[in-house]
Design a protein around this ligand. Sequence first.
Ligand SMILES: Nc1ncnc2c1ncn2[C@@H]1O[C@H](COP(=O)(O)OP(=O)(O)OP(=O)(O)O)[C@@H](O)[C@H]1O
Ligand SMILES: [Mg+2]
Length: 242
Amino acid sequence: MATDLATDLAPVLAVSNLSAGYGAAKILHGIDFTVARGEMLVVIGRNGVGKTTLIETICGLTTLQGGTITFNGQRIEKLPPFRRNRLGIGWVPQEREVFASLTVAENLGIVYRGGPWTTEALYGLFPRLAERRRSYARLLSGGEQQMLVIARALATDPTLLLLDEPVEGLAPLIVQEMIAAINRMRRESALTIIMVEQKHDIALANSDRCIVIDHGAVVHAAVSAELLADAALLERLIGVAE
Ligand SMILES: Nc1ncnc2c1ncn2[C@@H]1O[C@H](COP(=O)(O)OP(=O)(O)OP(=O)(O)O)[C@@H](O)[C@H]1O
Ligand SMILES: [Mg+2]
């Protein structure tokens, strides 16, 4: 069971009593969670509760106000963003920023750092990118651009991938393709994933564990399938009723 997995293995990432924000603004208050190797943790919660701030704090892009972040046994909360990235933390931000004036192939080749995710392997994961390999990134659809930023993050050979709302605003068919690709990338490597997602049903159905954020704090932590099955609790936590 996923919960046993989480406790049996040494965590890839352990966040402890983490508080952070932007300058003097305090957004996150005493966040605690761990993620085990190969696990997928989803972060859900209403708009503006601090999900992106949490991801950016793991990357080192906010103001740390307290607590620790341990990655593969090493304290990283004081390291600059590029050092965390070099240690194996990949990040796909909420805004999809491709290198607009480069082709798909150039976007991928320019960041490749060795490891399993060669451009050809990435084309296997995202056949649409293979079809469009010679297109300028600015000419891709929103879904294709999102595939490209995820592929580009993989090309940097991360062991922990942070995905911030990867299917936001995408057509249902593209959402399915994206989720299938995320599941496949997990199967084909030992990748650990933290995914922020507003579409809680898709997020919970495709992950091992979840944390729910409200007002910058973790208000619930659970096995994803258990929270998905508890409509009343979900409603109370994130108000899913229309
Ligand atoms: N650069 C910033 N400077 C100051 N405050 C910020 C900054 N970015 C976000 N905030 C504030 O931090 C709070 C949390 O924002 P955050 O973007 O983390 O929420 P979120 O849960 O990701 O929301 P969404 O679901 O809309 O993406 C909000 O009140 C927001 O206004
Ligand atoms: Mg956000």
